[in-house]
Design a protein around this ligand. Structure first.
Ligand code: NYM
Ligand code: MG
Length: 206
């Protein structure tokens, strides 16, 4: 049986990375073959360009960086597909939803933003770590990277709202780390057995 493709989304500072790591660890401890995947993957050629853009050491046109983020996902698809069919469950820290939400928040056309990711693997579930901006800022504030600003994050949240549908699982990220972890683990444990790997993002989901 193939593994599940589980996407975790949310604004910056919502605890995604910490929780994704913990989720993978828990699943492994329970005997599941689970692996962490993170977008952007900053180690590849496109990832290095994205990294320097985010660290503000380079400038790129908004459309160009959007396409790079998408390319960074596309170049990983064959490997992810292979892993899923080998039975690995993939916990994916950000996906095309972040791609659209952040670029649209900067003012790019929403529909245009969805284009490059048409056809990506369809996740079995999207979990959204939900945290208010005030709570996010209480956690020590944002970092130094591009996009880590209150105004932009508020807009990103609005764009995420447009992408959500009733298949998304909302997780209250203001809970303790243990509570968030338990909520996420429960969602994963309740997923139905997966069917064949599905390509064709945005066709079935929003
Ligand atoms: N980001 C992430 C995008 O703008 N587009 C994308 O497609 C993806 C995957 O990159 N602020 C943004 C969101 C984050 C930043 O992500 C880096 P992270 O998870 O903080 O490394
Ligand atoms: Mg970040």
């Amino acid at each position: 049986m193939r593994g599940h493709l589980i996407v975790v989304e949310g604004c910056d500072r919502s605890g995604k990375t910490t929780q994704c790591e913990r989720l993978v660890q828990s699943l492994q401890e329970h005997g599941k073959d689970a692996e962490l995947v993170k977008f952007p993957d900053r180690t590849t050629q496109t990832g290095k360009m994205i990294d320097s853009y985010l660290k503000q050491t380079s400038h790129l046109d908004d459309h160009a960086i959007h396409l790079l983020f998408s390319a960074n996902r596309w170049e990983a698809m064959d490997a992810l597909k292979e892993k899923l069919s080998q039975g690995k469950t993939l916990i994916v820290d950000r996906y095309a939803f972040s791609g659209v939400a952040f670029s649209a928040a900067k003012g790019l056309d929403f529909e245009w933003c969805r284009g490059p990711d048409v056809g990506l693997l369809v996740p079995d579930v999207v979990m959204f770590l939900d945290l208010t901006m005030d709570e996010a800022e209480k956690r020590g504030g944002f970092g130094e990277e591009r996009y880590e600003k209150r105004e932009l994050q508020m807009q990103v949240r609005k764009e995420f709202d447009k992408l959500m549908d009733d298949t998304w699982k909302m997780v209250d990220a203001s809970q303790t780390k243990d509570q968030v972890h338990t909520a996420m683990l429960t969602i994963v444990n309740e997923l139905p057995a997966p069917g064949p790997v599905r390509s064709g993002l945005w066709k079935e989901t929003q």
